[in-house]
Design a protein around this ligand. Sequence first.
Ligand code: NZQ
Ligand code: ZN
Length: 386
Amino acid sequence: MNNFSLNTPTKILFGKGQIANLGKEIPADARILITYGGGSIKKNGVLDQVLKALEGRPVFEFAGIEPNPSYETLMKAVEVVKAQKIDYLLAVGGGSVADGTKFIGAAARYTAGDPWDILLNRGAQVTSAVPMGCVLTLPATGSESNNGAVISRLATGDKLAFFSPYSYPTFAVLDPTVTYSLPARQVANGVVDAFVHTVEQYLTYPVQAKVQDRFSEGLLLTLIEEGPRALAEPENYDVRANVMWSATLALNGLIGAGVPQDWATHMLGHELTAMHGLDHAQTLAIVLPSLLAYKKEQKRAKLLQYAERVWHLRDGTEDQRIDGAINATRAFFEQMGVPTRLSGHGLDGSAIPAMIAKLKEHGCVALGEHGDITLEDSQRILEAAR
Ligand code: NZQ
Ligand code: ZN
């Protein structure tokens, strides 16, 4: 096991009815800005629950944070934070709202220059942020209890991440009943995203990290079991609860502590979203099977473990078991209704050279757990995903 330091400071309020308890988590004298997306929280009653929990307190609202939140929109919220002297941000929504709010909080306190530099420097120059909490409505990204955010800039076609110790939400409310209203596409996206987060931290090479491996396998098995049920039985509380908690644990730092991490699928996926507007998870479902096949030799030992422990493939040659596990992964994504090829979205791959140019511009020239995925390799992985 590799050395690590782990800090997971976000307090979790889990379960039905927990939104009512969020008032206690926010400083009593805070001027609060509620941030949200396109309005799903108005339709499903979540905003009303939040406003009730904050009754009598100075509350402002900023709506309209879009999926794959844009710098352009978020900078408008920064103006509101400054004008209204906001000192606490409450993100109510999915990963896009949580991520966007992390950026708003950091940008409002950023004095070192143009706030876009936060993304160009991956968060290195962030020294403060307006504190935030989160009411999660879409289990997927883990953003509700981690310190990362991914922001898009429409003007330039960039989609970049930043990380900062100042960007952890202080608390997150996870009420599985608020996920009942999710459209099937977003349920599927969430399951695929959490699955791929786990794989990015698990399917690398062995370092005798048995706890992390078995936690990861537990999350993958749970997502395989409960993902299709979440589509078939949308109001099954236990199913929703297990999906929600899996997604948080997949990216709160726990399973990634002390192990090598890949993240190449995510880097290629972000370019696909920036280029074609595909949902985040849709890009991962396209890239991951292709990447696993391409990196089969480097990942051989863990692919065999994955085949045996997650897909119960014990017969046949090593190569047959590995191919079987990659095919099973692809079939699982397809079963969730998420296409695993570019052609599934009507794309022919003609934009691959432009995406490779963007990867180069973003310094993504040595990806993966070994840093051995060059631009040429990325091109082959994307081409094999057509
Ligand atoms: O905007 P509204 O009207 O709220 O609708 C949203 C949105 O259209 C809807 N939705 C959310 N909760 C709902 C609901 N509809 C009905 N009922 C509910 N309970 O779902 C749509 C998608 O929401 P979004 O927040 O965009 O989805 P997701 O949570 O998948 O977030 C994706 C973003 O997170 C980033 C991605 O790159 C992408 O920008 N990621 C963030 C990560 C992190 N911070 O650690 C890691 C991830 O790998 C990922 O990159
Ligand atoms: Zn992701």
